[in-house]
Design a protein around this ligand. Sequence first.
Ligand code: CTP
Length: 218
Amino acid sequence: MLNASSIRCLITAGPTREYIDPVRFISNPSTGKMGFALAEVALEAGWNVDLVSGPVALEEPDGAILYPIISADEMFHQVDALFDACDVLIMTAAVSDFRPKVQHSAKQKKDGAELTIEFERTKDILKNMTDRKVHQTVVGFAAETHNLIGSAKKKLQSKNLDWIVANDVAQISTGFASDTNEVILIAADGSSINLGPSTKKSIAKELIDLITPCKTKD
Ligand code: CTP
C-alpha cells in the first residue's frame, strides 16, 4: 500500500497556443489558476507533483516540477513522457482542439480584404492516456457553457475517465480567470457531488480529498 509521499500526481494547467505565424496564435482565456491550486494542495498533502503548464502568469508552486509547454502537441508529448510513472493524472488544461494546418515562418502580410485559415484537429491527450492506462486514476475537467451535466457525462464515458469535474465557464464567477469556482464532481458510476461556490484553493482541497485512490490512502 502506498503512502502520501509515494503518490506521483501529474497535473496539466493553463491554455495552449497554436501559432499561425511568429506573431499570431489562437488560444483561450484559461489562466491556470485551478491547476496551480490543485498542485499546491497535492504538495501540501505530501504528494509528488509534475505540473505541465501552458503560458500563465502564476508563481511556480514550491516543490512541484514544472514543465512549461506552448502548444497542444508539446503538452501531449510531455504528458505522454510522464504518464506511466504517475498514479493520478488531473487534466485541468484548456487544450486547443484545433491548430492551423500551416504555421508560417514569416509574419503574414494583409494582402487581401479577407483571410481564411484552415485548421486541423490536435490529439486528445486524455483519450490517448486512458487508452493505455494501467493503475492510474484519471480526472478530466469539462468546460461547458450549456448542458453542463449531460456534456460532462458524455466526456466521462468517451474519454474513459474515473472522474470528471463539470465547470460552467459561461458565468464570470466560475469562469476562466476567476479566483472562485463552483463545480460538480462526477464519478464513473454517474454519482455526483457539488463543490463550492468557493475559492479555487478550497475547491482544490475537496477535489484532492475525494479523488485520492483508496489504495493510496495512508
Ligand atoms: N482535453 C485533452 N486533449 C484535448 C482537448 C481536451 O486532453 N485535445 C482534455 C481537457 O484537458 C479536459 C477534457 O479533455 O480535461 C475536456 O476538455 P473540454 O475542452 O471540456 O472538451 P473537449 O474534449 O475539447 O470537447 P469539446 O470542445 O467538444 O467540448
